[in-house]
Design a protein around this ligand. Structure first.
Ligand code: GCO
Length: 417
């Protein structure tokens, strides 16, 4: 009897030359013991809304060699991970050589395994001291961030892909949410002020990285695939501007833009509308909607004017790995169609390599690899070998074009996008 461990490949077309195939993680979500970071403070503050603390996370701070080996052995060629500012600059103006060396060893481990490191400099957390000074509202935060990037740049000499800031558009909501907790009002809309500050920090980081000569730099934007109900196109565009498009516009002069798409958001005349009650939901409550990736790539190309794109995140929180493969097949089929229609897509980094800390809970499992919460033992899921086999074969699923059709989703006529 033959045991088939890897699900079969879908009907396929060649991937673009040099296409990066990988998976992503973020420091606070996998390292463990990130005690000097803002999110650690938020997890431990009295009355916190956080369901469970990050604690030891996946202990990737120590187990990264195993993580990178698993990824490489499966056939993947790129690993996106993030540096923790809180470790590199534990106190204002104090740079830790030891922590820089730690991250340098991660880069070296990638290289030893033939894996392209994609390094994120900022993934949601700031050091505790910066948090106390106001986080992204501190008057000198752009300068502080630039100095941190200068310190990080000392270990990036041979790194080719650097994401300066992850999902600045989500972080603006987070930054406001912090103030929200302080003043006790409900979740506010995005803040143009904080958005401009974060954009300035990004541009400062790009300037530092340009000085290195060989680094391609960009930031990664959370794409929401905003779809308008018929007649709500203007409302959709107004809703999307400070939540997404402003951030894509900032990428216009960059080497690439990171596209992070999971779902769609349907907008009516008064803002987001509920998905139909019978829509399939993932473990995080999002609608199962693989076509979001192809739509996000097309929208990003339109707003940036054709800046090269790297899919820095896409994936699904599910306990059913067959569903993960189905979702990823659909997402990659949308990517393949976007490429066929002229989108310049340089790679696909799945979120996530590991089942990890989803900013408050370990319940939503996004990983290609399961992690035992008490032993930290890693168990690759079939989806890891499956994605690796696409990478080895250098193929994408057959292109599929799914029109952005908000009307049908909520029982009305199709909407134009
Ligand atoms: C984000 C982050 C990731 C998440 C992922 C799933 O989008 O919040 O970049 O850290 O874990 O997107 O929610």
């Amino acid at each position: 009897m033959t045991l088939r461990t890897t699900p079969p490949l879908p009907a396929a077309v060649p991937a673009p030359d040099g296409f990066l195939w990988g998976a992503a993680t973020a420091g606070h979500q996998v390292e463990g013991g990130n005690t000097n970071a803002s999110n650690w403070l938020l997890e431990h503050q009295p009355g916190t809304h956080v369901e469970e603390v990050s604690g030891d996370a996946c202990d990737s701070y120590h187990r990264y060699p195993e993580d990178i080996r698993l990824l490489a052995d499966a056939g993947l060629t790129a690993y996106r991970f993030s540096l923790e500012w809180a470790r590199i600059e534990p106190a204002r103006d104090e740079v830790s050589r030891v922590q820089l060396d730690h991250y340098r060893r991660m880069i070296d481990t990638c290289r030893d395994r033939g894996v392209e490191p994609v390094v994120t400099l900022h993934h949601f957390t700031v050091p505790a001291w910066q948090h106390h000074e106001g986080g992204w509202y501190a008057p000198d935060v752009v300068d502080r961030f630039r100095r941190y990037v200068e310190a990080a740049a000392t270990i990036l000499d041979d790194v080719r892909w650097v994401v300066t800031i992850n999902e600045p558009n989500m972080m603006v909501n987070q930054a406001d949410a912090r103030i929200d907790t302080e003043v006790g009002v409900s979740w506010p809309g995005p803040s143009p002020h904080a958005s401009r500050v974060i954009a300035a920090a990004h541009h400062a980081a790009v300037e530092v990285l340009r000085g290195l000569g060989h680094v391609r730099s960009g930031w990664s934007v959370a794409n929401q695939d905003y779809q308008a109900l018929p007649g709500a196109e203007q409302a959709r565009d107004a809703w999307a501007y400070w939540r997404e498009d402003f951030f894509l516009e900032q990428s216009r002069g960059d080497d690439f833009v990171g596209v992070q798409a999971y779902l769609r958001t349907i907008i009516g005349p008064d803002g987001p509308v509920e998905h139909p009650a019978d829509a399939e939901r993932t473990l995080i409550g999002w609608e199962y909607y693989p076509a979001a990736l192809g739509h996000a790539l097309r929208h990003t190309r339109e707003v940036t004017g054709g800046v090269p794109m790297l899919v820095t995140e896409n994936g699904i929180a599910t306990a059913d790995d067959a569903r993960r493969i189905a979702y990823t097949t659909g997402a990659l089929a949308g990517l393949a169609a976007a490429v066929e229609d002229g989108c310049d897509v340089r790679g696909y980094l799945h979120w996530s390599l590991l089942d990890n800390y989803e900013w408050g809970s370990y319940r939503p499992t996004f990983g290609l690899v399961a992690v035992d919460r008490s032993t930290f033992a890693r168990t690759p899921k079939p989806s890891l070998a499956w994605l690796g086999s696409l990478a080895r074969a250098g193929v994408l699923p057959e292109p599929e074009r799914v029109p952005a059709d908000a009307g049908a989703a909520v029982g009305g006529p199709p909407a134009r996008r």
